[in-house]
Design a protein around this ligand. Sequence first.
Ligand SMILES: Cc1cc2nc3c(=O)[nH]c(=O)nc-3n(C[C@H](O)[C@H](O)[C@H](O)COP(=O)(O)OP(=O)(O)OC[C@H]3O[C@@H](n4cnc5c(N)ncnc54)[C@H](O)[C@@H]3O)c2cc1C
Length: 402
Amino acid sequence: MDFRLTTEHEMVQKMVRDFARKEVAPTIKEADRKQEMTAHVLPRMGELGILGICIPVRYGGQGMDYISLGLASEELEVIDTTLRVVMSVHNGLASMTLFQWGTEEQKEKYLAPLARGEKIGCGAFSEPGAGSDFANILMTGKRDGDEYILNGEKMWISLATKADFAVVTVRTKSDVAKPSEGLTAYIVELDRPGVSRGDIHGKLGVRAGSTGWISFQDVRVPLENRIGEEGEGFKVTMTAFDHGRYTVAAGATGLIRASLEASVAYAKERSSFGKPIARHQLIQEKIARMARDYEIARLLYLRAGWMKNEGVRNTFETSIAKHFATDASFHAASEAIQIHGAYGFSDEYDVERFMRNARGAMIYEGSSEIQSLIQADYALGYRKDKAVRCELPAYDSQAWQS
Ligand SMILES: Cc1cc2nc3c(=O)[nH]c(=O)nc-3n(C[C@H](O)[C@H](O)[C@H](O)COP(=O)(O)OP(=O)(O)OC[C@H]3O[C@@H](n4cnc5c(N)ncnc54)[C@H](O)[C@@H]3O)c2cc1C
């Protein structure tokens, strides 16, 4: 087991860190206040190759490995969660799902423009009445000759108003033994007639990003837009979550680091009772926990990334990484506010935004409760990884970079 990062990993870290620090950090507070994504963010991420980081060069990507995707997610969330959400949704839910399940034609038509950053992707699974209980979604797809007609509502969709394409899972059969057997996934262009969408305002966090709804009314999509077979939609969606959750884990690790860095700086400059607050042991205890949690969260996501590189299923390991990092990042951000005292309670400092942003990740891509259920099922032997028809390809540097 080698814990060292490669030169390529370090280059990815530096490039993404420079972008986030120089091009986003100066305007992020304003974007958060205005509840608007800054216009240059997505095009710049595309130009820099961040939107196709772990997709092979032949499909328009950078040909880097899955650990690079994690490292980039960590660096982005150190500055703001909305940047990492782009990685989770565009790269994790949309591109990696097409890479895993798509036909060669779908990869050329949809994956390549996503990986080049020319188009933006999202994953539309949740509905007003079903999030955790995803198998019971209501949106329908009815076959009509060589087309499907989609009807229904998707809710709480990240990048809903920014995306060009969405991976959408719907119900195509209701007379099935288990609700999960009647689902089918599609790649849908969001400029098709019958699609309408909008952003949700008044969110607690990720305010500088887009979270919205997408409505489908008699939206016709051709057969060739179906991802996988009819009835395979549940499996397609669950593997999409394995990819999205991995980036959430890595990003939340970055948020712990951001809280730690802000707390260390403030604790050294603020004094009480005749010494810097960093010298008080109760403050040191908070700092120590942040440092410890950062190291644990980092090892957990890097293990999941390594397993992806090796082509080994990682649902259990990714669930643990996501669950640990998101809970720990919320705790770290809350303690960072405590260390900042009253100043932490205002947006003069970043830590209040960190806490608001951390909260959502305990709900999306499988809430903390759902992660516990997944982990318990594996621990109790009720659940074992079953092979899926299309596995996520293992990393192969030569093949991916040519
Ligand atoms: C900021 C944000 C971005 C999002 N982005 C996307 C996106 O891009 N695409 C997408 O498809 N969805 C997205 N979502 C939706 C998200 O995936 C769902 O909110 C999530 O799955 C939880 O579903 P729910 O909100 O319907 O809560 P519910 O499923 O109604 O759950 C409510 C509460 O009950 C708990 N609960 C539910 N079932 C159980 C159980 N069996 N045992 C114990 N506790 C249980 C949950 O953990 C939760 O605490 C996003 C949500 C947010 C907040």
